[in-house]
Ligand binder design. Structure first.
Ligand SMILES: Nc1ncnc2c1ncn2[C@@H]1O[C@H](COP(=O)(O)OP(=O)(O)O)[C@@H](O)[C@H]1O
Ligand SMILES: [Mg+2]
Length: 234
């Protein structure tokens, strides 16, 4: 289980995470919050892309500071902009590259790559350049490239932000069907209806932690207070 203990982080003198303590045990966890509330920074602490200035992030006995390589293998990460994760000349190579460091051997590598391409509807595109895929397919390719390494946890930082509704639904269905634990950072509140737990980030803290409907209610109220000049006083 991912555990955060008193995690704080600043960029220069700007505090972005302020003492976040969480046990992330549930299978489907959503994180919402306004732009700048610290979501991406929090997401990045989960696999050691960002190391906390104070506090600790761990997965079981492993710590992101001391066991970065181990944690990266177990906590997969998907960004908003799938194009940044597509680096190889063809779809199949993009999926293979993630496996290289695992040294599985040719047969097992091929088996896993074929299986993941088929599962994500990309088998017909295996020899195409990834950058020619549709937006949704690019995101599925980014997902496939991470999932092929069989992480325990998948962290997705706004994976549908750049997608239209149809592609958003496609990515959502894919996330829905995964066996792995998913921690989804998103602005697509309706994707979270059947999640086990939703956190609301506000100014670097977890301002709410509970069921999806309650979290969305809290977040909406927070936004109303922020935009309504009279709201803060009432
Ligand atoms: N690499 C960085 N260097 C400096 N400031 C950053 C960096 N990344 C994010 N910030 C700032 O930290 C704050 C929180 O950002 P972020 O974690 O990306 O929040 P969110 O994902 O909720 O929009 C923002 O004010 C942002 O401008
Ligand atoms: Mg962000």
């Amino acid at each position: 289980m991912l555990r955060l203990e008193g995690v704080s982080h600043s960029y220069d003198d700007r505090a972005v995470l302020r003492g976040v303590t969480l046990d992330l045990a549930e299978r489907r966890i959503g994180v919402i919050g306004a732009n700048g509330s610290g979501k991406s920074t929090l997401a990045r602490t989960l696999n050691g892309l960002v190391l906390p200035d104070e506090g600790r992030v761990s997965l079981g006995e492993w710590d992101t500071r001391r066991h970065a390589r181990h944690i990266r293998r177990r906590v997969g990460f998907v960004f908003s902009d799938a194009a940044n994760q597509i680096i190889m000349p063809t779809v199949v190579e993009d999926v293979e590259i993630g496996l290289r460091s695992l040294r599985l051997g040719r047969a097992e590598t091929e088996r896993r790559v074929n299986e993941i391409l088929t599962r994500h509807g990309l088998a017909d595109h295996r020899d195409h350049p990834g950058h020619l895929l549709s937006g949704g397919q690019k995101q599925l390719l980014a997902l496939a490239s991470v999932l092929v390494t069989e992480p325990e946890v998948l962290v997705c930082d706004e994976p549908t932000t750049l997608l239209d509704l149809r592609n958003t639904r496609m990515v959502h269905r894919t996330l829905d069907g995964l066996d792995q634990q998913v921690v989804l950072f998103t602005h697509d509140l309706d994707l979270l209806a059947d999640f086990d737990r939703v956190l609301v980030m506000h100014e670097g803290r977890v301002a709410f932690d509970g069921a999806p409907t309650d979290a969305i209610g809290f977040y909406t109220k927070l936004l109303d207070e922020d935009t309504d000049p009279g709201g803060r006083a009432s």
